[in-house]
Write a protein that binds this ligand. Structure first.
Ligand SMILES: C[S@@+](CC[C@H](N)C(=O)[O-])C[C@H]1O[C@@H](n2cnc3c(N)ncnc32)[C@H](O)[C@@H]1O
Length: 580
């Protein structure tokens, strides 16, 4: 393949990142099967996919002159199209007549023979990845309308790539193939669910390749490769998921795909990640749920984000600062604002006293209607710092009253390393939005310690892994809605073993505080014996399967984080960007 002489600055402006050719070439070879195939890259950038496509057509025996009519591309960016034109000319020696500077969402497939936008045998590429916050204005509206016309209802929270894929499918002939690099959100994001369903409706076979190691380390975006085969060609639908180590594994694509876990119609998992649907541990968890032995948190309680002050630096004070400003005691609410302030499975009055002694920021200023003189001085201080102009503050009246402050029964870590942490709030503290608050009012007071202890069983922790998301850094992130879906042992089981569980929660609390991973794992095993075996009646094999399933998901995210940190691209010959 010819190297593509794009200007570095242009690439930067496009959000372009170098990708290994080992990713692009096998995708194109898979998508193009015949020398007469026509191929489209609807966001061609500097043309890396189109150049690979011309090379593939040449290998298959296509004539150079006809290739210029078989390969079509467009891009919103004029400069990118011009780079593609030069690259194609170098590759085949002809100017391609099928290149345009255009907005793909405005393009429509035509039936006109010879038109660049007639239906094609293969659509390839790497669609623009613009997150919903930046994907706005006319283009988002246009994208959502075009997806809706194809029967796919995407929400306003969608990123650009999802409607792009829907639109790309409409350019395929029956039997055609789609080969795209997409953000890993395809596999797990809620907003991409209608797209996942659409892909399964449209194609005979949908292959998704995810990667253990980072493929685009510099882009900080985790990607998957989508290879969808047989547009509208069968009523049987098959999903195949496989995990590669890295892009190098795609060189032997047939071998890699042969290792896929296959799901036939009606048995497809909600998330398209290996480990999410196919193993014995996960099946066992599903059975426990069906039998009502484990139930979603939403049946017993509710997770939420903590208070959003808009300026913790002003509103959350250390005891020394509160006393310096002479803020009245009655206006100060004990609170936590960082996960490290709740190091264990319980937070007690003693812990809170320790925070005060350490002069940690742990007092939320929540004034009553009539401000004291010193509070008026504190408001003036806030104004001098222009806090009243900050987004959250300027949208409330008065700007210094933090809304939504309450005392939950427990906290849950929002971002977790190996083990997400549920912590019983015995100190009756409020929490900022760096933590999740968990209401469990329906759990009787005398059972709450045991309830928190029971959380630390491998089935519940597995459900956290399956419901949460992991990003580049390896942390598990649980949004309130995802936390509401985590599966907890039924209350009868907690009641039956309350004494033992209360004992175990004390052990766990100690080990979590000390951060001794080995001892934490041992204690989780002890909770498994009690809750899963004795409480729920699982066999030792079932428990082991659940433990294994969880371990695989934890290792998967931690390993990926490690590779993100250590992997650097060595050979940057072509560009594939993940941000449009
Ligand atoms: C991720 S890059 C892919 C470039 C190329 N296919 C590759 O793999 O290197 C996304 C490209 O989409 C282009 N783009 C963004 N919005 C577009 C739109 N609405 N229609 C066509 N192209 C668009 C950007 O200019 C950028 O070049």
């Amino acid at each position: 393949m010819t190297s593509v002489p794009a200007e570095r600055t242009t690439r930067k402006q496009l959000g372009a990142f170098y990708s290994p050719r080992t990713l692009v070439e096998p995708m194109v070879s898979w998508a193009i099967r015949d020398r007469r195939d026509c191929v489209l890259d609807p966001s061609c950038g500097d043309g890396v996919f189109l150049v690979a496509a011309t090379e593939r057509l040449l290998v298959l025996g296509a004539k150079r002159r006809s290739i210029s009519q078989q390969v079509a591309g467009m891009d919103l960016n004029l400069e990118a199209v011009s780079v593609t034109r030069t690259a194609l000319k170098e590759a085949v020696g002809f100017r391609s007549s099928h290149l345009a500077t255009a907005n793909f969402f405005a393009a429509r497939p035509t039936d006109e023979a010879g038109s660049p936008w007639a239906a094609v045998d293969a659509v390839v590429g790497n669609p623009p990845y613009i997150r919903y916050q930046d994907f706005n204005g006319g283009m988002r509206a246009q994208a959502l309308v075009s997806a809706a016309q194809a029967g796919v209802r995407l929400t306003q929270l969608t990123s650009s790539w999802a409607p792009f894929v829907v639109h790309a499918i409409s350019f395929l002939r029956p039997g055609g193939r789609l080969a795209l690099i997409l953000p890993a959100e395809l596999a797990h994001a809620q907003y991409a669910e209608p797209l996942r369903e659409h892909l399964l409706r449209c194609f005979r076979e949908v292959n998704v390749i995810s990667f253990r190691q980072a493929v685009f380390p510099n882009a900080q975006v985790e990607v998957v490769v989508l290879l969808a085969d047989g547009r509208d060609s069968s009523s049987k639908r098959r999903l195949r998921l496989v995990e590669a180590d890295n892009d190098g594994d795609l060189v032997e694509l047939e071998h890699l795909l042969a290792r896929s876990v296959v799901f036939d119609s009606g048995h497809q998992p909600s998330k398209w990640l290996p480990g999410f649907g196919e193993n014995a541990g996960v099946r066992c968890l599903d059975e426990l749920k069906e039998k009502g032995l484990v139930v979603p948190l939403s049946e017993t309680g509710k997770a939420n984000i903590g208070f959003v002050s808009g300026a913790n630096d002003l509103f959350v004070l250390s005891p020394a600062d509160a006393s310096m400003w002479r803020l009245p005691k009655a206006s100060l609410r004990p609170c936590v604002i960082r996960a490290r302030q709740i190091p264990g499975a319980l937070i007690t009055q003693r812990d809170f006293s320790a925070l005060r002694v350490a002069d940690d920021r742990c007092l939320l200023w929540l004034p009553r209607r009539r401000l004291t003189r010193s509070e008026l001085a504190y408001v003036r201080h806030g104004k001098r710092l222009r806090i009243q102009q900050r987004y959250k503050c300027r949208t409330r009246v008065p700007w210094y009253t933090v809304p939504g402050v309450m005392v939950p029964e427990a906290f849950l870590t929002y971002m977790s390393d190996e083990v997400p942490r549920l912590c019983l709030n015995e100190a009756r503290l409020a929490a900022a939005n760096t933590l999740l608050t968990v209401r469990i009012e329906s759990v009787p007071r005398h059972l709450q310690r045991a309830f928190v202890g029971a959380f630390y069983n491998s089935a519940t922790l597995l459900s956290c892994e399956r419901n949460g998301r992991s990003y580049g850094g390896g942390v598990l992130k649980l949004e309130p809605r995802e936390a509401d879906r985590m599966l907890l042992p039924a209350l009868e089981v907690v009641e039956r073993h309350k004494d033992d569980l209360s004992g175990l929660v004390t052990v766990l609390d100690r080990e979590l505080r000390k951060g001794r991973s080995g001892r934490i794992r041992e204690t989780i095993s002890a909770v498994d014996d009690l809750v899963l075996q004795r409480g729920l009646g699982l066999s030792a094999d079932d428990v082991r399967n659940i433990q294994e399933a969880r371990k695989r998901l934890v290792e998967r995210r931690l390993q990926r984080a490690k590779s993100m940190r250590s992997h650097r691209p060595t050979n940057p010959p072509s560009v594939v960007s993940t941000i449009g």
